[in-house]
Design a protein around this ligand. Structure first.
Ligand SMILES: [Zn+2]
Ligand SMILES: [Zn+2]
Length: 265
């Protein structure tokens, strides 16, 4: 499996995944159609080759491009059955022939097996995805206010993980541009994970399957890649972890494509 985060952050999210046999999907399409086209061209992928776009939830930073992209390329849009109405209200009429719904059971897209799991977030129905190619597993979890044993179990049993590390709590609290209501929403059980919460989750992963974590959905105003990495590494080290040896930690960016990660059989 080959993975590239095309963009990650509050202005737009999209992750590209390709199997050895050539199945290509996106998790979310929160960039404009032309921005998606440009970013895909940088990894030499034709938009027409995208087999499906899986949507986590309706917020525009995850759905901005899905209508135009699916209209132009006929791409199938996969949305949880509890979220189709909300998505259609939000983005407009996606062609019926492109609408695919999934439920809580595992489903397949060519040689990929996919299991969604629920995340607590201030949206109608937000999901993370566990994505399997043969016996290898990649897991995505962004836009969640807290972790649960189910979510941690999905992460622990993955080879590679994309996990939100949204904000630094002090930076958020001191941010003069954010009204108190918004701060409380972000820090609530239905908001976003702080660096500290993400550190806690990554600590739980140590000694399990994951070899690497991509930190995702960093707030532009209330976080930075340096602060996120430092907070997480310090927490892990203070608990006795040998971070460099045990897990690779990278950060996905809003502006640039990530590295291309390969999970090998
Ligand atoms: Zn959201
Ligand atoms: Zn988001």
């Amino acid at each position: 499996m080959r993975i590239c985060v095309l963009a990650s952050g509050s202005k737009g999210n999209s992750t590209f995944i390709e199997t050895t046999r050539g199945t290509k999907i996106l998790i979310d399409a929160g960039l404009s159609k032309s921005e998606l086209e440009q970013r895909l061209s940088k990894i030499e992928v034709m938009p027409t080759d995208i087999d499906a776009i899986l949507v986590t939830h309706e917020h525009s930073d995850h759905t901005k491009g899905i209508l135009q992209f699916s209209k132009k390329y006929g791409t199938k849009i996969y949305v949880h059955q509890k979220n189709w109405n909300t998505i259609l209200n939000k983005v407009g009429e996606i062609p019926l022939s492109s609408q695919v719904e999934f439920g809580d059971k595992m489903f397949a897209i060519n040689d990929l097996a996919i299991q969604s799991f629920q995340l607590d977030h201030d949206s109608n129905h937000c999901v993370g995805f566990s994505i399997y190619e043969n016996n290898k597993k990649f897991c995505t979890a962004t836009d969640l206010g807290h972790t649960t044993p189910t979510i941690l179990n999905e992460l622990k049993t993955s080879d590679f993980v994309l996990l939100e590390s949204n904000h630094d709590v002090i930076k958020l609290k001191n941010n003069q541009n954010y009204p108190a209501k918004l701060k409380n929403r972000i820090m609530s059980q239905h908001g976003h994970l702080s660096n500290e919460q993400t550190a806690e989750a990554i600590f739980e992963l140590l000694g399990n399957t994951p070899r690497g974590v991509i930190l995702a959905h960093l707030s532009e105003q209330n976080n930075s890649p340096e602060i996120a990495i430092q907070t997480i590494k310090q927490t892990l080290i203070s608990r006795g972890a040998n971070v460099e040896k045990e897990i690779r930690i990278d950060v996905a960016s809003q502006e640039h494509l990530s590295n291309i990660y390969r999970i090998k059989d």
